[in-house]
Design a protein around this ligand. Structure first.
Ligand SMILES: Nc1ncnc2c1ncn2[C@@H]1O[C@H](COP(=O)(O)OP(=O)(O)OP(=O)(O)O)[C@@H](O)[C@H]1O
Length: 347
C-alpha cells in the first residue's frame, strides 16, 4: 500500500478514538518524509502530486511557476525545490513584488550605481547579483510593473542586465522560481502581464490545491501546528477532540493553511489543560459562512417564487412583448434554463 493511503487510514483510526493523541508515535512516523520536504505536511493525493512534481523538477535548472490561492504553501514549496536542487549550497534570495513600491522594485532587483555620489555607499547590489549561481524566488510576480517585466524577460533570456544608473552589463546565472496567487492568464488578457514572460516562466507549472479540496490533510496539519505552537508558547496541549476536528473540517478555509495555522495558534493560546479548544472568533467566522450559505439558499428560493409568479401572470408565455422573459429581463433561452434548474413546469 502506498504510504499516503496508509497514512490516511491511520489518521482516521486515530480520530475514531474521539481524541487524537498528538504525541502519538504513529502520527509522527506518518509525518516522516524526505528531509527536504520537512516543512510540507500532508498526505492527500492532491499534495502527493505536488511532491512528485517537486521531485521531478528540483534537480533541473528549469524555471518553475507556482500558482495557487494565498496561504496554500507556495513559499514552502519554493524552499523545498531549492533544498532538493544542485544549487542548494548557493543562496536562495527572495523578492516579494507585491510588498515593494513600484519605484523601488528596479533598484531591489537590479541594483543601482549613483554617479558622482560622495557620502555613504554609492553602489547597491541587487537581488539578481546576490542570487548569482543560486536561486531567486520571485513571489507575487503578478505585482511586477510592466517595464520591470521586460527587464526580467531579458535576464531570463540572455542572463544579463545593467544596474540602475550604469551602462555596464552584468552577467548572472540564476534559477528562477516564481509564484503568483493571481490568475496570470487573466492578467495577460487585461494587458497587465506580458504574454512572452508568462511563456518563459511557465516552463514547469505547479499548482497548489486549496485546503478545502484536501481536507484529509487537516488532522496532520493540526498536529503539526500544535507541536509548533506548544513549543513556541510553552504549552502541552496533546488532545484534539473529534468534534473539534469535525468543526475544522467543515469550514472552507478561504485563507488556506495560513488561516488554519493562525486559528491553531490562537487556540493554543486560549486552551487550558491538555485538550485543544477552538476559539470564539473562528466559530464566529464559521457561523458567518453558514449564514451566508443560508442567504444564498434564501435568494434561490425567492428567485424560484418570482419566476413562477411571473410565468403564471403571463399565462406561461415566455417570448414576445408580453412574455415572462422580457418582464424578468432575461433571454428566453436563459429563462428556460432557469425553469429547468428550479424544476418549474407549466401547470
Ligand atoms: N503543506 C504545508 N505544511 C505545513 N505548513 C504549511 C503547508 N502549506 C503552508 N504551510 C504554512 O502556511 C503558511 C503559508 O504558507 P506560504 O507562505 O508558503 O503560502 P503562500 O501560498 O506562499 O501564501 P501567499 O500567496 O499569501 O504568499 C506558512 O506559515 C507555511 O509554513
Amino acid at each position: 500500500m502506498p504510504q499516503s493511503r496508509m497514512g490516511y487510514a491511520e489518521t482516521e483510526r486515530l480520530s475514531n478514538l474521539n481524541l487524537i493523541q498528538t504525541k502519538s508515535a504513529s502520527l509522527k512516523k506518518l509525518m516522516a518524509r524526505p528531509e527536504n520536504f520537512d516543512e510540507l505536511v500532508g498526505q492527500s493525493e492532491a499534495l502527493a502530486n505536488v511532491f512528485r512534481r517537486v521531485e521531478q523538477v528540483a534537480p533541473m535548472n528549469a524555471t518553475v511557476l507556482l500558482s495557487g490561492e494565498t496561504g496554500t504553501g507556495k513559499g514552502v514549496v519554493a524552499r523545498a525545490i531549492y533544498r532538493c536542487s544542485a544549487r542548494k549550497e548557493k543562496p536562495m534570495i527572495t523578492v516579494n513584488c507585491a510588498a515593494l513600491p513600484a519605484d523601488r522594485i528596479e533598484r531591489e532587483l537590479f541594483g543601482e550605481e549613483k554617479a558622482g555620489f560622495t557620502g555613504g555607499n554609492p553602489r547597491q547590489i541587487g537581488r539578481f547579483e546576490l542570487a548569482d549561481g543560486g536561486t531567486l524566488f520571485v513571489d507575487e510576480i503578478g505585482g511586477l510593473p510592466l517595464e520591470m517585466q521586460s527587464k526580467l524577460l531579458r535576464v531570463m533570456q540572455e542572463g544579463e542586465f545593467e544596474r540602475l544608473g550604469s551602462t555596464r552589463t552584468i552577467k548572472v546565472d540564476v534559477r528562477i522560481i516564481a509564484a503568483s496567487n493571481r490568475n496570470l492568464t487573466e492578467e495577460i488578457r487585461q494587458g497587465s502581464f506580458r504574454e512572452d514572460l508568462y511563456y518563459r516562466l511557465n516552463v514547469f507549472p505547479i499548482t497548489l490545491p486549496p485546503l478545502r479540496q484536501r481536507k484529509e490533510d487537516i488532522p496532520l496539519l493540526v498536529h503539526h501546528f500544535l507541536a509548533k505552537f506548544n513549543k513556541k508558547i510553552g504549552k502541552q496541549i496533546e488532545l484534539v477532540s473529534r468534534a473539534t476536528l469535525n468543526t475544522l473540517r467543515e469550514y472552507s478555509w478561504p485563507g488556506n493553511v495560513w488561516e488554519l495555522e493562525s486559528v491553531i495558534e490562537r487556540a493554543v493560546i486560549i486552551s487550558q489543560g491538555k485538550t485543544l479548544q477552538v476559539l470564539d472568533r473562528f466559530e464566529a467566522d464559521r457561523k458567518r459562512e453558514e449564514a451566508a450559505e443560508q442567504d444564498v439558499k434564501a435568494l434561490v428560493d425567492l428567485e424560484h417564487d418570482y419566476v413562477l409568479q411571473v410565468l403564471q401572470n403571463t399565462g406561461w408565455r415566455i417570448e414576445g412583448k408580453t412574455g415572462a422573459a422580457l418582464i424578468l429581463g432575461l433571454n428566453p433561452s436563459t429563462l428556460r434554463a432557469r425553469m429547468r434548474k428550479y424544476g418549474i413546469t407549466r401547470q
